[in-house]
Design a protein around this ligand. Structure first.
Ligand SMILES: [Zn+2]
Length: 122
């Protein structure tokens, strides 16, 4: 039963991706919400839902041009209030055009943004 559900979910995911009209050729999917796309010899990060252009891959991570929301770890789970909630935050990143979440990280408050990836030459 679980295998059937997993297969159905995978099929839905593929269908969802196929419905999106990307502006160029997808080179590398980066999770479900972002892909590296090539168009006219330009490589850039693009939203898989709305085709928002996050910028050239030289920015390193599409989070650099996403909208960030920072919230307390207690908002994520009330049990976190018993931990070191004053020292940690959750940073969520969203597409500025359609609002889909592209990433989330839990970090110490004073840490710089956590880069999930860094692409070099393709
Ligand atoms: Zn988008």
């Amino acid at each position: 039963m679980r295998k059937k559900q997993a297969k159905k979910q995978a099929a839905n995911k593929i269908q969802l991706i196929a419905e999106v009209e990307m502006t160029g050729q997808i080179i590398i999917p980066v999770g479900d919400a972002v892909a590296v796309v090539r168009q006219n010899n330009r490589l850039f990060f693009e939203c898989t839902r709305c085709s928002n252009d996050y910028g050239d891959i030289s920015i390193g991570d599409p989070k650099m041009n996403a909208i960030m929301r920072e919230k307390s770890i207690s908002e994520v789970n009330p049990w976190n209030k018993y931990g070191k909630a004053d020292q940690f935050v959750v940073r969520e990143y969203y597409c500025p055009k359609c609002g889909i979440m592209i990433s989330a990280n839990m970090q110490k408050k004073d840490e710089p943004l956590m880069m999930d990836m860094e692409l070099s030459k393709l």
